[in-house]
Design a binder for this molecule. Structure first.
Ligand SMILES: Cc1ncc(COP(=O)(O)O)c(C=O)c1O
Length: 441
């Protein structure tokens, strides 16, 4: 049977991602326009974007510069193969990204999404060890409650049970560190928790169990986003780096969410001052406009590949859409927008205000934790008995009806507004949310 909206339009054919399809099609929420901090719903309402789309529209919506750059590129050259051929925009974009990246990350591999960036980084890690004669290093270490997209690599190292349990076969040779979220010790912490760095030591246990010579890489999100904004304890990432160094294990940061200004620095690498060997990005790379990802590699990783015979393909990996001309055009125009408005550091100047605003929800109904860093916040609600996620979902629907887009995962609400957000809009988000929490049971 076809599902219909008011105007009898069929909704059946589109199998929606990460969506309760049947429920949605009974009562669709349609977005039809976007400008600045707002979406426009199909029924003509302004919806304040509290989530930068899906953590991706860091500069807000509807930038003419980006639209014009993409249009120009489309007219000039719509597509070009990137295998054994090149086009200028891909090289120019990589140079711009290199200039933005922390020192020593001079090489960028382009992908089509965050999931592809993750798979790419994992494959580079495996191939790196092989290239250096350490082919026994095949084991990959992720973390509980990590989200690394939906490729087989990403769901295997990721730690979200639903992303794993539905699919049976995963990569073998994968272990997980414990997650760092300890409500009993950290509830309502502002910024990084003081305790918990020792959780990184679990990597020593895994090393002792399997032998360092079997382990290729550890991948973590510097701040876990999709599982509800989990902030790393002070010293945790540093400790992980030190243990990796001790055992010759590569460290990968998944910066698909934290990249491009979310914490008030261009990358979380800058914010925490911890240097992984590789880091993955997507989303904010093009402000969400054209699907694209990029993996940043430290020079020693890249250089390890540049050794074989001249004519050999050093990294046997790539996508039809790697370095897509439209993505590169969108990305360069996005960097212009970020730079001309100082957006990649703007979150630093808003972080205190944002922190105070979100923590003012502490006494709101059902709130059992609030945590924040930069322009990211997680607000965790008590779950209804036997119905985990139902309360936050209701809050999501009611916020949408009240003109605010939030993101929910389980019973955690995430806020991550575009970096152009103004003080009064932060206030509007928090007051809308407070009002909604007061109406649900
Ligand atoms: C940390 C992280 N890695 C990877 C991904 C996957 O990105 P994509 O959905 O573009 O494949 C996401 C998406 O939210 C993410 O948050």
């Amino acid at each position: 049977m076809n599902a219909h909206v008011g105007n009898n339009r069929a909704l059946d054919a589109y199998w929606m991602p990460f969506t309760a399809n049947r429920q949605f099609k009974e009562a669709p929420r349609m977005l039809v326009g976007a400008k600045g901090m707002y979406y426009r719903s199909e029924d003509g309402r302004q919806i304040l974007d509290g989530t930068a789309g899906l953590w991706c529209c860091n500069a807000g919506h509807g930038h003419r510069e980006i639209a014009e750059a993409v249009t120009r590129q489309l007219e000039e050259m719509d597509y070009a193969p990137s295998f054994q051929l090149g086009h200028p925009a891909a090289f120019a974009f990589a140079e711009r990204l290199k200039a933005l990246a922390p020192e020593g990350f001079d090489h960028v591999f382009f992908t089509g999404s965050g999931s592809e960036s993750v798979d790419t980084a994992l494959k580079i890690a495996l191939a790196y060890h092989r290239a250096r004669g350490e082919g026994s290093r095949t084991r990959l270490i992720g973390r509980e409650r990590g989200y690394h997209g939906v490729g087989f690599g990403g769901i295997s190292v990721g730690g979200i049970v639903s992303n794993r349990r539905h699919f049976g076969t995963l990569l073998t040779g994968v272990d997980h560190l414990p997650h760092t979220h300890d409500l009993s010790a950290h509830a309502f912490t502002k910024g990084q928790p003081e305790t918990g760095a020792n959780l990184a030591d679990d990597l020593e246990r895994i090393v002792a169990l399997h032998g360092a010579e079997t382990i290729a890489a550890v991948i973590v999100e510097p701040v876990a986003g999709s599982t509800g904004v989990l902030i790393p304890p002070k010293g945790y990432l540093e400790r992980l780096r030190a243990i990796c160094d001790r055992h010759g294990i590569l460290l990968i940061f998944d910066e698909v969410i934290t990249g491009f200004g979310r914490l008030g620095t261009p990358f979380a690498v800058d914010y925490f001052g911890v240097r992984p060997d590789l880091y993955t990005t997507a989303k904010g790379l093009t402000n969400g406009t054209v699907p694209m990802g990029a993996v940043f590699a430290q020079n020693h990783i890249h250089d390890a590949f540049m050794t074989g015979p001249e004519g050999s393909i050093e990294l046997f990996h790539g996508y039809t859409y790697s370095g897509h001309p439209l993505g590169c055009a969108a990305g360069m125009a996005t960097l212009d927008v970020y730079e001309s408005r100082s957006l990649l550091t703007r979150a630093a100047s808003l972080a205190d205000l944002f922190e105070e605003a979100v923590h003012s929800l502490k006494e709101a109904p059902f709130v059992k934790d609030i945590r924040n860093l930069g322009l990211m916040a997680g607000i965790e609600l008590q779950s209804r008995d036997g119905a985990v996620g139902a309360r936050a979902y209701e809050a999501f629907v009611k916020c949408f009806e009240a003109g605010l887009l939030i993101r929910v995962t389980g019973d955690i609400i995430a806020l991550s507004p575009p970096l152009i957000v103004e003080e009064d809009q932060i206030g509007q988000m928090v007051e809308t949310l407070r009002g909604v929490l007061e109406t649900i049971d």
